[in-house]
Write a protein that binds this ligand. Sequence first.
Ligand SMILES: Cc1cc2nc3c(=O)[nH]c(=O)nc-3n(C[C@H](O)[C@H](O)[C@H](O)COP(=O)(O)OP(=O)(O)OC[C@H]3O[C@@H](n4cnc5c(N)ncnc54)[C@H](O)[C@@H]3O)c2cc1C
Length: 475
Amino acid sequence: MEGDAVRRHVNEEEATQYSPSAMLRGSSGHVVLAASVIDRHYISRQPRGILMRLVLRIGLSLIAMLSPVWCIQQVSVRRPDVRVTDSKFDIGIIGSGIAGGALAAALRDSGLRVLLLDRRDGPLDTSRGDHIQPAVQPLLARWGVLDRLLAAGAERRAGTRWFDANGKHIVTVPVPDESGAARAFLFLNHEEIGRVLLDTALESGAASVTGVSEWSLTSSAGQWTIDWQVGGQANSATCTLLVAADGTASSVRSRLEIDVEKHRYQFPIAVLYGRQLGVSSERTLDVHLTPERMVSLIPRVGGETKVGFPISAEELGFWKREKEEVLHRQLALWCPGVAFDSLRFGAVYPPVAQQSKPYQGKGAVVLLGDARHAMHPARSMGMNTCFRVADQLAIALTALNPGFTQAQVLPVLAEFEAEFDRDLTPRLAENHAAGLQMDTITGNGFPDLANQLRAVAADERLLHGMALKAAGLSG
Ligand SMILES: Cc1cc2nc3c(=O)[nH]c(=O)nc-3n(C[C@H](O)[C@H](O)[C@H](O)COP(=O)(O)OP(=O)(O)OC[C@H]3O[C@@H](n4cnc5c(N)ncnc54)[C@H](O)[C@@H]3O)c2cc1C
């Protein structure tokens, strides 16, 4: 690799972030595999709080260090990092979250040279999209990602159950039996999905730089030059196509003055985590149309449940600081028949629906993911849409050869944008309608929606139509 512009080296600090538990690392920088598996599959899922997990981890570390029995197999947790100096890439992606990682993974067999830059220096936010629709699983299989998600612990989910304000079951929307689609939703924590995508991309030769503190863009002679700082060091690379995958508040979008249409919903979404009692082994996503608001109970790996519902700004203190039993009581009041063994506050998000215009300026630029189409989480579509759009873009770009020129990529982008308008604009409008429906804390049991769902329950054709939509199999 002497003289090669891209030099790979082992970055110990990054290895620490990605190791299952820093506590388990030996002085040699290795972990014991068995201990790591126990940590990931048992200790991390302990419901009894941080202190108990810490005690278990220290105990396990001591056993791992002292007992040769544990030394079944040693694995390195070091991850290759990539340092990039004055190099040339076909595609530069700002943002290596779900959208950036998905595009880089989807391009793995294209031969195109891909650079990912991110300011983040740790895992993705766990509270976000974690359920993968049946319709997008075949494309993840095509990228070589689906098996890796399953190996990382992804679990299967059946359909969606809807309940009325009295906790009475209205309808279960099943997963449809359609050829070319999976028979279940898959779920895995968001940060793990992101890690799997990025690992797939890195193994196929993409370069990734994280912890970028500053970056700037200049366009000249059909090329973008990206200058950035990481760890106090200045770096630079060029690319022909610039991809903005840097999320809802995209900095690329604002720097390049790309127009965006935005709707801010009134109520933020609160996310709690807990262990729900009486959950069947065939997990479902449950939505309760409570007297006040819509409450979603979303399966998480290892038997946990993520609870999501709109709150007012004034209620935030209650959900963040009240005693656990008070939170239990409030949820039980809203959702009769639902009980938790443990419950904790997770995060709060201000949802937004926004759609960016395509870039019209100098140079080749495309926006991807939330930077292009942020949406309310009401229908669990944001991440799934990232996958679809990344796949469409990757298929279009794969027609180009490495070293493609700006003149060659611009018509490909124009076709991609036309396809986006045709396929996605109606889906975004529909998701926005669902977002508006959920954007209340005085829903009075959502009588219109409850009646629509009763009609769906009584009509097989309507039920099948709703099942196709939920699975992402119809527009
Ligand atoms: C509460 C909640 C629940 C959700 N549930 C679901 C669900 O069940 N199903 C579903 O499909 N979707 C869901 N979503 C939506 C989904 O999580 C998002 O649509 C998806 O994660 C967007 O990915 P992204 O890569 O476009 O953006 P992001 O995940 O925001 O990633 C952007 C990346 O760019 C980096 N970045 C940002 N700014 C800069 C900068 N200036 N310079 C360099 N790097 C930068 C960030 O560090 C990040 O890594 C949910 C969202 C929320 C908030």
